[in-house]
Design a protein around this ligand. Structure first.
Ligand code: KDG
Ligand code: MG
Length: 402
């Protein structure tokens, strides 16, 4: 019987940090899994190398569900982003191996394509309204049918979501940068710039906006109400979802659709949001939510409540995680949209292949497994470089949600 012969945890930083799990079977089949958790990369690398890799050796790589249960239930300490990212990496690598052994792309193993391609949204941003409008014009030229629009807020130094150069990279410093925040300035400015976007470009594309957990429920309700005429595809993370109940309050006031999930990692983090129909899009990622095996279960629950998928796909999820997401997106009946930020150039030197983009859609391709390769020689030339997400402080100096 083919068993797991070895597993290696690889850390590289071709412009940004990525953690990758490589599983090799006794037959020489290699599976790749993404284990990148922005700003906490080495915690997941250690969890894998010190506590998971020794458990994998000699086990049957074809028993994906059993491996998932073993790593989730078997360890006693369940859930949380570090654990669920580590479990995800093993899960992805095993799906990659299963596809390679079968000679089929992973989406075929999951039931086959339900659509021709995966609708994606990308980011447009600016330091002010004119530069945001210029960026949207450029993004539209690349064929995107869905665009997330963010602009720096006057008086708020370092507003989240704004690109510096060609890419948005929030983990930007060896120690967390301190940024500022004013809810009043944001609530005054954001609806006005989103209105200008619709005024200039019309309504024939999906417009998305990320609030990044910055509002209280009643503030989020006010925001959602104020942009109803702009027909946003969604307002993302209007308030932290630690208290799932609090979304009842937002729902009572606005029909602006709501998307939540990028910092969450298990079905238990969203089950109330889903079963009470408090959100419209669930945004957990394959990489941070236990892999294909667990995210598929979350999407299956969501389907019963007419909640669609909208997975997180920033540049801090590696191309392996993005590939895994694209396979799942192609199959599930309640797919909504997939985030697609793209990567800085050096990333292509390490990660080879993966989904292809055309005309607003991604496709995972038909190579066996996840369809992506990792160049270990190139990766070794980009050593780990500590990078942290910023911290947000209110104008009075107190810490705000990031
Ligand atoms: O690691 C944090 C980023 O992934 C996050 O800031 C990006 O909010 C984000 C998004 O929606 O992609
Ligand atoms: Mg977000």
């Amino acid at each position: 019987m083919d068993t797991i012969a070895r597993a290696d945890v690889l850390v590289t930083s071709p412009s940004r940090n990525f953690v990758t799990l490589k599983i090799t079977t006794t037959d020489g089949v290699v599976g790749w899994g993404d284990a990148t958790l922005n700003g906490r990369e080495l915690a997941v690398a250690s969890y894998l190398a010190d506590h998971v890799v020794p458990l994998l050796i000699g086990r049957d790589p074809s028993r994906i569900e059993d491996m998932w249960q073993y790593l989730f239930k078997g360890v006693y300490w369940r859930k949380g982003p570090i654990t669920m990212t580590a479990v995800a990496a093993v899960d992805m690598a095993l799906w990659d191996i299963k596809g390679k052994v079968a000679g089929l792309p992973v989406y075929q193993l999951l039931g086959g394509a339900s659509r021709e391609g995966v609708l994606v949204y990308t980011h447009a941003s600016g330091s002010d309204i004119p530069s945001l409008l210029d960026d949207i014009a450029q993004v539209k030229e690349h064929g995107y049918r869905a665009i997330r629009a963010q602009t720096a807020v006057p008086g708020v130094a370092g507003t989240y979501g704004v690109k510096h150069g060609a890419y948005y990279e929030p983990a930007n410093a060896a120690l967390p940068e301190e940024q500022s925040w004013s809810t009043e300035a944001y609530l005054d400015f954001a609806p006005r710039y989103l209105a200008e976007v619709r005024e200039k470009f019309g309504f024939d594309f999906h417009l998305l906006h990320d609030i990044h957990h910055r509002l209280t429920p009643i503030e989020a309700a006010r925001f959602g109400k104020s942009v109803e005429d702009l027909h946003l595809f969604w307002m993302e993370d209007p308030t932290p979802a630690d208290n799932q109940e609090s979304f009842h309050l937002i729902r009572q006031h606005t029909t602006t659709p709501i998307a939540v999930g990028e910092v969450l990692s298990s079905i238990w983090d969203v089950h109330h949001l889903i079963t009470e129909q408090l959100i419209d899009y669930v945004r957990l990622s394959v990489t941070h939510a236990g892999g294909i095996t667990h995210l598929r279960r979350i999407f299956a629950l969501a389907e019963l409540y007419q909640v669609r998928s909208g997975s997180h796909g920033p540049s801090d999820i590696s191309p392996i995680g993005q590939a895994a997401a694209t396979h799942l997106d192609l199959v599930i009946p309640n797919f909504g949209i997939q985030e697609h930020m793209g990567y800085p150039g050096l990333v292509d030197e390490v990660f080879k292949g993966g989904p292809t983009y055309a005309d607003g859609y991604l496709h995972p391709g038909d190579a066996p497994g996840l369809g992506i390769d990792y160049d270990e020689t190139a990766a070794a030339t980009f050593p780990y470089s500590p990078k942290y997400l910023p911290v947000a402080r209110r104008l009075d100096g107190s810490v705000h949600d990031w």
